[in-house]
Design a protein around this ligand. Sequence first.
Ligand code: ATP
Ligand code: MG
Length: 402
Amino acid sequence: MNYDRILIRYGEISTKGRNRKKFVDKLRKSVRIALASFPKIKIRAERDRMYVLVNGENVDEIIKSLKNIFGIQSLSPAIRVEKDLDQMKEAALSLVKSLYKEGQTFKISPKRSDKTFELDTSGINHTFGGYILENIPGIKVDVKNPDINLKIEVLSEAIYMSCENILGAGGLPVGSSGKAMLMLSGGIDSPVAGYLTMKRGVEIEAVHFFSPPYTSERSKEKVIDLAKKLAEIFGSMKLHIVPFTAIQQSIKEQIPENYSMTTTRRFMLRITDEIRRKQEGLAIITGDNLGQVASQTLESMYAINDVTNTPILRPLLTMDKNDIIKIAKDIDTYDISIRPFEDCCTIFVPSSPKTKPKKEKVQHYESFFDYEPLIQEAVENTEMLTIRPESKEQPSEFEDLF
Ligand code: ATP
Ligand code: MG
């Protein structure tokens, strides 16, 4: 079938009242980025739906890209037809024929927004239903549970016909809910946490703590590869790489061993918060999962969280590991995450850190430690990379969009 456009339904955005324009704008940007490799397409954004005009590009490939975009509820490849009954009949017939398999049923779902159109809804049903029944031998009508549901929409400017309703990724368009910093390790959890937050419309920048020579270039590359995967969602993503060796060495010297993990996490949070402030983010995201390891008990979170009152988003907090792994596989980060690497924390941190640290104790230990200059130095020497997805080199016209 020669579809000439793809109809995009917004779903959740439609309920957002005054913010709608912003949501539609962000979605339009996401669509442009996702379809950057189809130069001939055109996007038409309207209040309650969007059209991608195909202009000869490959419809299946476009749909594949659109299915990953947050903020799209569903998609339908469609054709535009002039308000001419003969043309409409032929278009309806060829659309149904292109999908029909022997023994299948169909129905017509008319929607008549243009009240001046010559046929009312039952007229549309009879005219086109009748034509299809006459011309496809064996096809039957089933209004309750049809195999093919031909939607005919009569709008003031033209008629649109479509049959398929393809489920989109749901969620909200990225960037419509502000910006947050993702603490990105090389593990399985944090990329999934980033993905789920992006799905709620949050734009993310990643922060990674790197301790050369204890952690190798290979583990840095691993984090860059994870960032590339997440960057596919919005075309690019900033990754801040924080040199953490000096701080870890000082912690080892100054803090009792059983509290070094708690202090290390507090430093990571302080530094991330400082980068967040500079980058004008509103929250910090981690891959914490309740009870998984010593730093992720409620007591630990309480003691670590003490260093900031910036909201900390922990989308995986209550999830089961198997469910996290399933998402990691779906979004293609799992295979990268399981590559062997040295984590900056496991190298310095004792094998049995305190699982129930006391906030007052860690505050006391840190009170002898003049750490502020170390934090400033780490922030100043942080390397900021702009990560782009592997597969798509963005054309320069998108450069200044963000
Ligand atoms: P992950 O699978 O994301 O590494 P994890 O289960 O291994 O998580 P931890 O190593 O305790 O758990 O880390 C908890 C969270 O702290 C991570 O999800 C991540 O958000 C953050 N984090 C840990 N190490 C780093 C790092 N080197 N750089 C940036 N963030 C980190
Ligand atoms: Mg980890």
